[in-house]
Design a protein. Structure first.
Length: 280
C-alpha cells in the first residue's frame, strides 16, 4: 500500500485486507512506516522485539591519522570534514557504507556499531496473520536501513501473501519499500492535494516498472478529480470507498473493519478479486 500523501487511508486498507485474506490464507503484514507505525493500533497484537537494526559509523584514531582528506573527499554524504589537526564526524549524515574505513591509507578509521531502531514481531499468529513492524529511534534520520531489513524478512518468510504498508511520500524510504514488489496499491482521496500527490506516486511506480491500481477513499467527498484522471489515463480503479460514519467510528476507536463487523467483508472480497484480475 502506497500513497503520495499521508492520511488517505493506506493503513486502513492494508490492515483490513490482511485480516480479510487471513481468514483463508497465510498472510504476513509488514508496517514499513518506521517513523510512525500505526498498523498495530488496529490489530492490538502483543509484540516482541525481533532484532535490532544497526549501521556502522566511523571512529577516527587521531594518533595515526595524517589528515590527508581522502575520507572526506570520498564521502558523498559530507559526513566527514578533515581539518589540519582533527577529523570531524557528523554522525547524523553518515549512511554507514564503510567506504572511509576501507579507503583510509593509514587504517586510521575503524567502525563502531550504532543502533538505528528495532524490528518487532507479533508473538503468535492470529487467524493466519503474522505481523512485523519497524521502529526508528527518536532523533534518527535514516529510515531506509530498517525498511531494508523488514523486506529481507518478508521475502525470506514462507507466506502465501505479503502485504507491505509503506510510508507516505515518494522519497528514499518509499523507493526502498517499493523495490522488488510485484504490485502497488495507491490509495488516494478526491481532493486537489490527493490528486497532486497521486500523480507523483504514479510517476514513481511507472519509473520502477511496477504495475499498480488505485483506491479512491472517501470517494463521495470532494470533487470528481480522481474519476476524471482514471478515465482519461485508463488507470485501474480497484475500489471506491464511500465516506461512512461507521468507518469513522471504528477507526477513531482503534477497531478494524474486518472482524468487528461483517458489513465490509464484501468490499474487501471485491477488492481482492479486482487485484487478482489486474495482476493476471
Amino acid at each position: 500500500m502506497a500513497s503520495g500523501k499521508g492520511g488517505t487511508g493506506k493503513t486502513t486498507i492494508a490492515v483490513n485486507l490482511a485480516l480479510y485474506l487471513a481468514k483463508s490464507h497465510k498472510v504476513a503484514l509488514f508496517d514499513l512506516d518506521v517513523e510512525e507505525p500505526n498498523d498495530n493500533h488496529f490489530l492490538h497484537f502483543e509484540l516482541t522485539n525481533f532484532k535490532d537494526v544497526n549501521i556502522s559509523r566511523p571512529l577516527i584514531n587521531e594518533s595515526i591519522c595524517t589528515h590527508c582528506g581522502l575520507c572526506a573527499e570520498l564521502c558523498e554524504f559530507n559526513a566527514l570534514a578533515v581539518l589540519s589537526t582533527q577529523v570531524m564526524v557528523f554522525e547524523e549524515l553518515c549512511h554507514g557504507c564503510g567506504l572511509c574505513s576501507i579507503a583510509c591509507p593509514e587504517k586510521a578509521i575503524k567502525e563502531k556499531s550504532h543502533r538505528l531502531g528495532i524490528i518487532q514481531k507479533s508473538k503468535n499468529q492470529n487467524n493466519n496473520l503474522l505481523f512485523y513492524e519497524g521502529k526508528l529511534r527518536v532523533g534518527e534520520a535514516l529510515a531506509t536501513p530498517i525498511i531494508h531489513e523488514l523486506k529481507k524478512i518478508a521475502f525470506e518468510e514462507n507466506h502465501e501473501y505479503i502485504i507491505l504498508d509503506l510510508p507516505p511520500g515518494s522519497a528514499c524510504p518509499v523507493i526502498e519499500a517499493l523495490s522488488d514488489t510485484n504490485f502497488a496499491i495507491l490509495v488516494t482521496e478526491p481532493t486537489p492535494a490527493g490528486e497532486h500527490d497521486l500523480l507523483i506516486a504514479i510517476d514513481l511506480v511507472k519509473q520502477l516498472e511496477i504495475p499498480f491500481g488505485i483506491i479512491n477513499n472517501r470517494s463521495d467527498v470532494g470533487d470528481d478529480c480522481i474519476d476524471r484522471l482514471v478515465k482519461k489515463e485508463d488507470y485501474e480503479l480497484l475500489l471506491n470507498i464511500p465516506h461512512e460514519n461507521e468507518i469513522l467510528w471504528l477507526y477513531s476507536n482503534g477497531l478494524p473493519l474486518i472482524g468487528t463487523t461483517t458489513k465490509f467483508d464484501p468490499m474487501f472480497s471485491n477488492l481482492w478479486i479486482r487485484i487478482e484480475e489486474v495482476v493476471k
